[in-house]
Design a binder for this molecule. Structure first.
Ligand code: NAX
Length: 324
């Protein structure tokens, strides 16, 4: 039996975690041979609800679960954590401006960044799901100077998976036929799901769909999918977000040949200068992700990539004073 790994989940009594924690516990993220210790963080008023989640996790009698820690102290939740999934965030309240939302979350993610810096495993892999995910990930990494910024990532995988399914359905193919999907930029309505490099069953996607559908249907549908789910379900994406988080961490830890989209520190690739967490196409090998280089960028793509970069730079400017 392998040694257990420690997996911290924040916002652990929330709706995404209600799927995420159970799927991790059953081995969906790291495999059916990898024991886990779950370290669950909530805010104090949600501790009763979190204890209920722990009761249910225990009632599943998962063979892989070695221990469960439930706490409202980030220093305890992140102690020796090998993986940290930062799901909990402050939702937008009535009358709250975007800037207020950014600041409220900056306060949370700066504390959690420091706690990771001081207590997590030196190899911790961090995924930020809580919105605004890219800028929250930036804040956490800036507050963790002893960890590499590349250990912090933001979740774009839900957008990536949504884009794959939209294209597969349009082309009347299966989602596994879609390769080299790329979603660039921010996890927001400015994100750019790019079909220029994508193939479906070996055929370039842009030979299978017309330009009108691509620009005026596909792109806005993927960008607005979160809002469409809220309208239909009366609640935001939860099981699909948890599934995407599992895909992201599994591929990062265990590797994949598939091109996937991850929000990571911009490094100048594709003209996006450092200072923001930008979604790039990556492949994952030996526990590391690597940006796919050399893709050709036409004028249309450049404009879209720039627009979503601009938004991330504006978000950064709003929290600059909190970047540590
Ligand atoms: P819920 O409101 O159901 O759960 C959030 C939980 O986080 C609550 O239980 C709350 O008490 C807890 N929390 C708040 N502040 C905390 C803190 N400082 N420390 C620990 N826990 C804290 O939201 P849920 O539907 O689970 O969504 C969670 C976050 O994911 C939201 O910010 C949401 O916007 C974001 N999403 C991000 C997605 C992405 O693709 N990156 C997609 C899905 C989702 O919309």
């Amino acid at each position: 039996m392998k040694d257990p790994v420690r997996i911290a989940i924040t916002g652990a009594a929330g709706q995404i975690s209600y799927s995420l924690a159970f799927r991790i516990a059953s081995g969906d993220m790291l495999g059916k041979d990898q024991p886990v210790i779950l370290q669950l963080l909530e805010i104090t008023p949600a501790m009763d609800a979190l204890n209920g989640v722990v009761m249910e996790l225990n009632d599943c009698a998962f063979p892989l679960v070695q221990d469960i820690v439930a706490t409202d102290d980030a220093n305890v939740a992140f102690k020796d954590a090998d993986f940290a999934l930062l799901v909990g965030a402050r939702p937008r309240g009535p009358g709250m401006e975007r800037k207020d939302l950014l600041e409220a979350n900056a306060a949370i993610f700066s504390v959690q960044g420091k706690a990771l810096n001081d207590h997590a495993s030196r190899d911790v892999r961090v995924l930020v799901v809580g919105n605004p995910a890219n800028t929250n990930a930036l804040i956490a990494s800036c507050n963790a100077p002893d960890l590499d910024a590349g250990q912090f990532t933001a979740m774009m995988r839900l957008d990536h998976n949504r884009a794959k399914t939209q294209l597969a359905q349009k082309a009347d193919k299966h989602v596994t036929d879609v390769e080299s999907m790329v979603v660039w930029g921010n996890h927001s309505a400015t994100q750019y799901p790019d079909l220029a490099h994508c193939k479906v069953a070996g055929t370039p996607a842009l030979e299978l769909v017309d330009r009108e559908w691509y620009e005026n249907d596909f792109i806005p549908t993927v960008q607005q999918r979160g809002a469409a789910i809220i309208k239909a379900r009366g609640a935001s994406s939860a099981a699909s977000a948890a599934s995407a988080a599992i895909d992201h961490m599994r591929d990062w830890a265990l590797g994949t040949d598939e091109v996937v989209s991850m929000g990571i520190p911009a490094d100048g690739s594709y003209g996006v200068e450092p200072g923001i967490m930008y979604s790039y196409p990556v492949v994952c090998k030996n526990g590391q992700y690597e940006i796919v280089q050399g893709l050709s960028i036409d004028e249309f793509s450049r404009g879209r990539m720039q627009a979503t970069e601009n938004e991330l730079r504006e978000e950064r400017a709003a929290v600059e004073h909190l970047l540590g």
